[in-house]
Design a protein around this ligand. Structure first.
Ligand SMILES: [Zn+2]
Length: 86
């Protein structure tokens, strides 16, 4: 284990002082953050789909908000949002 100095305000210092194992808690929180970041990356690779029935055309995007209410490029009608592609 290595040590790292952290700066606390009077309130957080009090909270930290009342914890049995502040260092363990910090490590746990940091690992949680890392886990969240790791998880967030593959999610951004996921693709969503919208579909135009009359034209039989699919539209794909990594951002679902880009597809909700997207007009079809062929007929100009609103496409049907299908959601996440498995
Ligand atoms: Zn269309």
């Amino acid at each position: 284990m290595r040590q790292k100095m952290i700066t606390l305000c009077p309130t957080t210092y009090e909270l930290a002082s009342n914890m049995d194992n502040f260092s363990a808690w910090i490590r746990q929180e940091l690992m949680k953050k890392q886990a969240t970041q790791y998880k967030a990356k593959p999610e951004s690779e996921e693709r969503y789909q919208a579909f135009c029935n009359p034209c039989d055309l699919s539209y794909l995007d990594t951002d679902p908000d880009m597809l909700k209410g997207l007009p079809c490029k062929e007929c100009g009608k609103k496409t049907f949002y299908l959601g996440l592609i498995e």
